[in-house]
Design a protein around this ligand. Structure first.
Ligand SMILES: O=C(O)C1=C[C@@H](OP(=O)(O)O)[C@@H](O)[C@H](O)C1
Ligand SMILES: C=C(OP(=O)(O)O)C(=O)O
Length: 437
């Protein structure tokens, strides 16, 4: 038995009604931070996410010579270095966005930059980014592993040009190279060579933030991106709330037959969490985007109002653990597809979900590209989280409907949602964590 701390997931005795603001988007905060580190002047991020992943990105920028004032929760200011500084060591923690997005920036530095991270991050794939940098003439040492730790030997500039990258294991390989591309002498033309490409909306997000910072980006075809050389213009932006962090909260409405409102839901967005509107509707909840935010009303597990669905989650893989929690509680089978790459996330999420669903008495099996989940009588269990924030969210959602769910290391959720379990307890006890608008 492990000696990790255990949290008793609160069981909902009736419908939960709540208005819950969620923290800023991890993906947007960390993209804006990278661009701020490469910009031509001081940048401001309003409503940024403060969490383990964004702290690691702030740490990385400081190692590369940026001055970051993150003393206020409302706005962070970044004064970029003229050129990234070499000689330092970057701790990526568990952040995919740090281990992938920062090496191309470090390639511009005037000396070597060493990267390492959490033990659990040392198996996550980064090789295609490192190989692409080598193809652009940058020396990278990784002892042939294609994973942390590695050293990028910056020489003060990158020529740029053409690269071919197989990004079937992670869209972040494409985003990483595009984000720094404008600062390469000849810009960058990137062609994706793999058979599949996950999380396309995250690549669209990269293109959108680059354009907002004055960088010229084109997409001549579905597999190719071109970034013109030029300046990254200093900016002031407001970060959207993290719609994937909203997933467990909205799921709570679906599971308990209550109503949950997440304020500041953007009318249009490149965040994959926006898929929740369709996913929750397909699984039996009612969703509406109003001036209050996204409003979700469920019919509830006790009333048999949660139904299974056949869902292609290739664009929104990070929603999988919470969607799997809904599928386990549903009255009909579900199929989650297009997510083979989740085997390289914070943990092998397909294996982890199958194992933990089994521990609850549920029925799940892995397919080549996802999961099949069938209804079964469930019971309480002690669930493992595998250092994976979204496995903690999976466990909390299941625990709302199944009494006796104990969760190991729920604090791992702080990777993207600081204080997740405290927010969760408050909602279960009092409903709203914000005044009802
Ligand atoms: O670019 C990003 O911010 C992200 C891209 C996706 O990565 P993958 O393409 O590896 O799934 C997503 O799962 C991750 O949470 C964040
Ligand atoms: C896959 C995820 O994170 P990362 O940015 O570390 O890849 C995630 O947040 O679900």
């Amino acid at each position: 038995m492990s000696d990790l701390p255990t949290w008793s997931a609160p069981h909902a005795s009736g419908p939960v009604d709540a208005v819950v603001p969620v923290p800023g988007s991890k993906s947007l905060t960390n993209r804006w931070l990278v661009l701020a580190g490469l910009a031509d002047g001081t940048c401001t991020l309003r409503q940024p996410l403060r969490s383990r992943d964004s702290d690691r990105m702030v740490g990385a920028l400081r190692v590369l010579g940026a001055v970051v004032d993150d003393s206020s929760d409302d706005a962070w200011r970044v004064v970029p270095p003229v050129r990234p500084r070499g000689g330092g060591m970057i701790d990526c923690g568990q952040a995919g966005t740090v281990m992938r997005f920062v090496p191309p920036m470090a390639a511009l530095a005037d000396g070597p930059v060493r990267f390492d991270g959490h033990d659990s991050a040392r198996t996550r794939p980064v090789g295609p980014v490192l190989s692409a940098l080598r193809g652009l003439g940058v020396e990278v040492e990784d002892e042939g592993r294609g994973t942390l730790p590695y050293t990028v030997h910056g020489t003060g500039g990158v020529g740029g040009g053409q690269v071919r990258v197989d990004a079937s294991a992670s869209s972040q390989f494409v985003s990483a190279l595009l984000l720094a591309g404008a600062r390469f002498a000849d810009g960058l033309t990137l062609e994706h060579t793999g058979a599949t490409l996950p999380s396309r909306t995250h690549i669209e997000m990269t293109v959108q933030v680059l354009r907002a910072a004055g960088v010229e980006v084109s997409c001549p075809d579905a597999q190719t991106w071109r970034v013109e050389p030029g300046r990254v213009r200093a900016f002031e932006v407001e970060v959207e709330p993290d719609l994937s962090s909203a997933a467990p909260l909205l799921a709570l409405a679906a599971v308990t037959g209550g109503t949950v409102v997440v304020p500041r839901w953007p009318a249009t967005t490149t965040q994959p969490g926006d898929h929740l509107r369709e996913v929750l509707a397909r699984m039996g909840a009612t969703t509406s985007l109003t001036e209050r935010g996204l409003v979700v009303t469920g019919r509830g597990v006790p009333d048999g109002g949660l139904v299974g669905a056949d869902l292609d989650l290739s664009d929104a893989g990070e929603l999988t653990p919470v969607v799997a929690a809904l599928a386990v509680l549903a009255t009909t089978p579900s199929r989650l597809r297009g997510i083979a790459h989740l085997r390289g996330h914070e943990t092998d999420r397909l294996a982890a979900l199958t194992t933990e669903i089994g521990r609850l008495g549920g029925r799940a099996e892995e397919t080549a590209d996802g999961l099949r989940i069938e209804p079964a009588p469930l019971h309480g269990a002690r669930l493992r989280t595998y250092h994976d924030h979204r496995m903690a969210m999976f466990a909390a959602v299941v625990g709302a409907a199944v009494p006796g769910v104990e969760v190991e290391d729920v604090g791992t959720a702080d990777k993207t949602f600081p204080g997740f379990h405290t927010v969760w307890e408050r909602i279960m006890e009092d409903g709203a964590t914000a005044p009802v608008p």
